[in-house]
Design a binder for this molecule. Structure first.
Ligand SMILES: [Mg+2]
Length: 367
């Protein structure tokens, strides 16, 4: 029997800010781009739970978050504190948290800066796994003064959905014979890979909950969505064989950003590309990689036409400056007649790195 834990820190960036700044406590806190009195560009990284009460969410334009905060303040509610991200503090906290979790299971996989899976099958029962999960929550609270939500399930898929079920500071245990019943009432977007587009597509067929999906045959889903439909059928039943392992680690790390307004303003676009690249390199290092060789950029125009360009360097690249230089070379032609003869405005840019290598293997890769 497999037993998997998914540990997910609650409103992580905002929670670290609250811890570091006692004057923030019990106040709405938004970590993200500078709102500049409502005219700022960029998005919310994390909103704490008090800010979420105002309707503020991750990935929302910061200008919209600012307006929601102002509306709340005018209603006489607490003023919102906007903070720009301090990634070093989040990475330090993440490292210490992962060091608490990693030794407690048979296998460990860090999924992001604030999420990890632990295979605890050797605990032998879901009751013992629950005790272990409680111990992890307590250790994180006592050592880091932060809360985590944990899901326990028969595989990574169910564990992840369970950790999200009750937040913050939740603990949800789903035993194998309770999986279908647990999933049935949840909205289909709880499943991995269901974006707003698929959600709309499925809603047209009357499918809103995972339980609705249970009523559709495998054949119909495969006919409608191909191989992906088969995966959907299995996911809806909580079936997944994905092992807990750092071998399945990312082959690429990327970031993208949709602009609030379509634009062809070079200085703005280049500045956003520099910031995205810096974020990519931070994540790369955070996930234990030292170098990359391939850089891929994406450009989506206002009419949704999308282009990608990639380049593989013969020597390993390491820094945000390396990445910016490479991405700039590929991006600039889209700002003029070379790749953009009709001068279409740009809606989204993205940058991704591939052919990653860890620090220790770097010597082998240099040639
Ligand atoms: Mg989290």
């Amino acid at each position: 029997m497999r037993i998997i834990l998914h540990i997910d820190m609650d409103a992580f960036f905002a929670a670290v800010e609250e811890r570091e700044n006692p004057q923030f406590s019990h106040k709405p806190v938004v970590v993200g781009a500078d709102p500049q009195g409502g005219s700022g560009r960029g998005v919310v990284s994390t909103a704490n739970y008090a800010a979420r009460r105002y309707g503020i969410r991750s990935a929302m334009p910061i200008s919209r978050a600012w307006r929601l905060a102002e509306d709340a303040r005018r209603r006489g509610e607490l003023a919102t504190i906007f903070v720009t991200p301090n990634f070093h503090a989040y990475e330090d906290a993440s490292e210490r948290i992962m060091a608490i979790i990693a030794p407690l299971g048979d296998r460990f996989e860090q999924a992001s800066i604030d999420e990890a899976y632990v295979d605890v099958s050797s605990a032998g029962s879901f009751a013992k796994a629950r005790v272990l999960a409680e111990r992890i929550k307590r250790a994180i609270r006592e050592n880091e003064r932060l809360t985590a939500s944990i899901g326990v399930g028969p595989n990574k898929l169910v564990a992840k959905i369970a950790s999200d079920f009750k937040k913050p500071d939740g603990l949800t245990v789903v035993e194998p014979d309770g999986v279908l019943e647990f999933l049935a009432p949840l909205a289909i977007r709880a499943l991995p890979g269901i974006g707003p587009k698929t959600e709309t597509e499925l809603a047209k067929r009357g499918v809103r909950t995972i339980g609705d999906l249970h009523n559709i045959s495998r054949t119909v889903l495969v006919e409608a969505f191909g191989k992906w439909g088969d995966g959907l059928w299995r996911h809806a039943r909580g079936q997944s064989e994905d092992p807990v392992s750092n071998d399945g680690e990312p082959k690429s790390v990327g970031e993208q950003e949709t602009f609030e307004r379509d634009t062809l303003a070079a200085s703005f676009i280049l500045e956003r590309m520099r910031d995205l690249g810096a974020a990519v390199v931070r994540r790369l290092h955070n996930e234990g990689f030292a170098t990359f060789r391939t850089v891929v950029i994406t450009v989506r125009f206002a009419d949704f036409a999308t282009a990608t360009r990639s380049h593989t360097s013969r020597t390993p690249l390491t820094s945000a400056d390396d990445l910016y230089a490479e991405s700039l070379r590929m991006l600039l032609p889209f700002l003029d007649a070379r790749e953009n003869p009709r001068r279409k405005a740009i809606r989204l840019i993205g940058v991704r790195v591939e052919k990653l290598a860890r620090a220790q293997s770097r010597a082998d890769r240099v040639y």
